[in-house]
Design a protein around this ligand. Structure first.
Ligand code: PEP
Ligand code: MN
Length: 337
């Protein structure tokens, strides 16, 4: 709720009302200005007697802020949430880069990719073991064997692992072995799945749905948080539009919007957003310039033969070049990688 005072309101009047509201348990954010004095009231404002406040001579206006999300809302949690993944902080000054193949295809190849991306500066390894494929005839992932490969690569390289959970019945396996549980675009509104991961304390990488609004996406984060898990990382991966030259349309505007409305970290997946390795570098740099807290990039040492998403996968050398440029852009915006 926002209270706007007339510009010539005596300080004492503002302090009196502020004290009264603090005594009732509300948080106060006061923004004095030249023309208007604005006070933000944080808490369950349904209990505030609006009529009485409006009746105060010095009060110009009272407005309720009606966002359906509370726990994810920046209004009620001013400071940025920093999600800790085995000591790696997502949402702080350091930009976090996650890289790896679309699908886990075998131990040897995964180890090679993991070593390469780590050398270039990636701090986490991605890889799908359970794959959400549009065709039931396409490679469905190595499943439990894939999680085993990820675990082994993680032990060898020290990189924590990110992998997608598609079904509630695999939750125990993921809690045990996976460092960051990814909820894919197609499951963004699988509310039972959101509730189940909300009951864990694991970091959750929540991708934006193929055709979901920002508010729907934040409400999905709210589902996870409402179950008691505050460790949500949002991931924009492009949305469906009429455009055909890219796989999806990357909505970079979400970065400042998410930062304004929520306190959650946001990362960008330029691989699924573009669908073409040639465009991945440009949009990765743009994402960093726009304030993203991280990137998740598909890398494969032999993209032509990848079991899935080879077209959008970078070879390790290209990933390395991208990282060098990304560091430079990060410096320009006062961050580091
Ligand atoms: C993925 O990251 O492997 C994936 C399937 O992405 P999305 O859910 O964004 O399509
Ligand atoms: Mn993929």
């Amino acid at each position: 709720m926002i209270i706007t005072f007339k510009y010539d309101t005596p300080k004492q009047e503002i302090e009196n009302l502020s004290k009264e509201l603090v005594n009732q348990g509300f948080g106060i954010n006061y923004l004095p200005g030249e023309k208007l004095n604005i006070m933000g009231i944080v808490g369950d404002t349904s209990k505030v007697d609006i009529k009485r406040i409006k009746a105060i001579d010095w009060v110009k206006d009272v407005t309720r802020i009606q966002a359906p999300y509370k726990l994810a809302n920046r209004m009620f949690h001013q400071e940025d949430t920093i999600v800790d993944v085995s000591g790696i902080k997502i949402g702080g000054n350091k930009i976090v880069v996650i890289a790896g193949p679309c699908s886990v295809e075998g131990q040897e190849i995964l180890d090679e990719i993991a070593v390469d991306v780590a050398k270039s500066g990636a701090v986490m390894l991605r890889g799908g073991a359970y794959k959400p494929r549009s065709s039931p005839y396409a490679f469905q992932g190595m499943q439990t064997k894939g999680i085993e490969c990820l675990t082994n690569s993680s032990i060898k390289t020290g990189l924590p692992i990110v992998s997608e959970l598609m079904s509630i019945d695999k939750i125990d396996e993921f809690v045990k072995y996976v460092d960051v549980i990814q909820i894919g675009a197609r499951n963004m509104q699988n509310f039972d799945l959101l509730k189940v991961v909300g009951k864990t304390k694991k970091p959750i990488l929540l991708k934006r749905g193929l055709a979901n609004t920002i508010e729907e996406w934040i409400m999905s984060a709210e589902y996870i948080m409402a179950e008691g898990n505050p460790n949500v990382i949002l991931c924009e991966r492009g949305i469906r539009t009429f455009e055909k030259y890219t796989r999806n349309t990357l909505d970079l505007t979400v970065i400042p919007i998410i930062k304004e409305r929520t306190h959650l970290p946001i990362i960008i997946d330029p691989s699924h957003a573009t669908g073409d390795y040639k465009y991945v570098e440009a949009v990765s740099l743009a994402a960093i310039a726009a304030g993203a807290d991280g990137l998740m990039i598909e890398v494969h040492n032999n993209p032509e033969c990848a079991f899935s998403d080879g077209d959008q996968s970078l070879k390790p050398e290209r990933f390395d070049t991208l990282m060098t440029k990304a560091r430079a852009i990060a410096n320009v915006v006062g961050r580091e990688i």
